[in-house]
Ligand binder design. Structure first.
Ligand SMILES: [Zn+2]
Ligand SMILES: [Zn+2]
Length: 352
C-alpha cells in the first residue's frame, strides 16, 4: 500500500500554488502509483484530489508520525511511504519540487499563452515554477500555430497545403517575438520553436523568423498515411529526416505520433532513427506529456552517443519544469544525467 502525504499550510492561493497541488496529485497517481492520499494541515480541497481516496486518519497517523514538509513555501515538497501488509513502513521518501542539482538542467519544451492547445499558461507563473524547480527552460512554441488559424494549422501540414498556401493564414509570429521580449524582462529563458514539418518535407518556418531562435525542436505531429503501417513508417522517417536535415537541435517526442494515431510503435525503426539523429547531431527528447517514452529507444540513444533532452511539453502550469519522471526514468535505466543529457544553451563544463 502506497500513501502520499500532502501538507497544505493554507488553501492554495494563486496559479503557482494551484499548479503545485495539481502536480503533486498527478505525481501521486501517475508516477508513484499511490493507493491513498493523506491530507495534513487542512481538509482535502476538491479537484484534483478526488481521483484518489483519502486515507483513514488512524492509518495516516501511523504511517506518518512526524510532521511533513509543506507543499507550498517554504518547503515545496511532499512525502510518501509504502506500507507492508502488516502496516509496517517499508520505504519512506521526501520529494522536493526542486530538481536534483544537475548542472545545465533544462526543460527545453515549454509552450506559451499563444498555443491554441494550451490550458492556463501565464508567463509570470512559468518563471516562478521553473525557479522553484531550479531548472532553466526554453519557450518552444508550435511554428504552424504561429502562421495559421486554429482550424487550418493541421491542414497546413498535409496534401501540399503549405506549399500551395490554401490555408487560412494568421500570422502571430510577431506576437511571439513580443512575448519573448516580455519574458526577457522576467528573467533568463531560451528562445525556441517546436517546428512542424509539412508532408513535402518543408519546415513550417520562415528563415528570418527561425534565425531569431537560439535553438529549435522539430516534431512530427501527424502521419497522413496512418493507419497503413508500411506507408506510415516511410512517411515518419521522411518527416524526421527533413527536420533533422534542416538543423533542429532536438527531435521532440519521437514515436509519440504512432501512439496518438492509434498505431503500435514500430520498434524496428529505433535503430534507423538513432542513426539519423547521430548523423545530424541532434538530441532525442524524453517527453511524458500524455505519453510514456520507450526505455529501449532511450538506451539505444545513450549507447550511440545521441544526447537525450528533457521536455515537459507543458501546456498547463502543473507541467512546467516537472521533470521528476524524466530523471527517475534515467535512474531506472542506470543512465547518469551528467553523461547523457543535453544541457542548457550556453552551459559549459567550465561553469561547474
Ligand atoms: Zn509536439
Ligand atoms: Zn509541444
Amino acid at each position: 500500500m502506497k500513501l502520499v502525504r500532502l501538507t497544505l499550510p493554507h488553501p492554495p492561493t494563486g496559479a503557482v500554488e494551484q499548479a503545485l497541488l495539481e502536480r503533486a496529485c498527478r505525481y501521486a497517481i501517475e508516477w508513484l502509483h499511490a493507493d491513498q492520499l493523506v491530507w495534513a494541515g487542512m481538509a482535502a480541497p476538491t479537484a484534483p484530489a478526488e481521483r484518489l481516496p483519502s486515507a483513514p486518519a488512524a492509518a495516516a497517523a501511523a504511517a506518518f508520525p512526524e510532521p511533513g514538509p509543506a507543499l507550498f513555501a517554504p518547503d515545496y515538497a511532499f512525502d510518501w511511504c509504502e506500507l507492508a501488509a502488516d502496516g509496517t513502513v517499508r520505504k519512506r521518501e521526501q520529494i522536493p519540487f526542486r530538481l536534483p542539482g544537475v548542472p545545465g538542467l533544462c526543460d527545453f519544451h515549454v509552450h506559451t499563452p499563444l498555443a491554441y492547445c494550451q490550458e492556463n499558461l501565464e508567463l509570470g507563473a512559468i518563471f516562478e515554477l521553473a525557479r522553484i524547480a531550479g531548472a532553466e527552460f526554453a519557450l518552444s512554441e508550435h511554428s504552424c500555430q504561429l502562421y495559421f488559424s486554429r482550424e487550418d494549422c493541421r491542414k497546413s501540414l498535409s496534401g501540399g497545403s503549405w506549399r500551395r498556401g490554401d490555408c487560412a493564414r494568421r500570422r502571430r509570429m510577431d506576437d511571439y517575438f513580443l512575448l519573448w521580449r516580455d519574458a526577457a524582462r522576467l528573467g533568463r529563458f531560451h528562445r525556441s520553436f517546436e517546428l512542424d514539418v509539412a508532408d513535402d518535407g518543408a519546415c513550417v518556418i520562415e528563415p528570418a523568423d527561425r534565425r531569431r531562435a537560439e535553438l529549435t525542436l522539430g516534431a512530427v505531429h501527424q502521419l497522413d498515411t496512418a493507419p497503413d503501417p508500411r506507408r506510415a513508417r516511410t512517411e515518419f522517417l521522411f518527416r524526421c529526416e527533413s527536420l533533422l536535415r534542416s538543423g533542429v537541435t532536438i527531435l521532440a517526442h519521437p514515436f509519440r505520433v504512432f501512439v496518438w494515431s492509434g498505431m503500435a510503435v514500430p520498434e524496428d525503426l529505433f535503430a534507423p532513427l538513432v542513426a539519423l539523429l547521430k548523423r545530424y547531431g541532434a538530441a532525442a527528447e524524453l517527453n511524458f506529456h500524455k505519453y510514456a517514452p520507450s526505455p529501449e529507444f532511450a538506451l539505444l540513444c545513450a549507447r550511440s552517443g545521441v544526447k537525450l533532452s528533457l521536455g515537459s511539453d507543458a501546456h498547463n502550469l502543473h507541467e512546467v519544469a516537472a521533470l521528476h519522471p524524466h530523471l527517475h526514468f534515467l535512474h531506472e535505466l542506470g543512465l547518469e544525467p551528467e553523461a547523457v543529457l543535453l544541457r542548457a544553451p550556453g552551459y559549459t563544463a567550465v561553469q561547474r
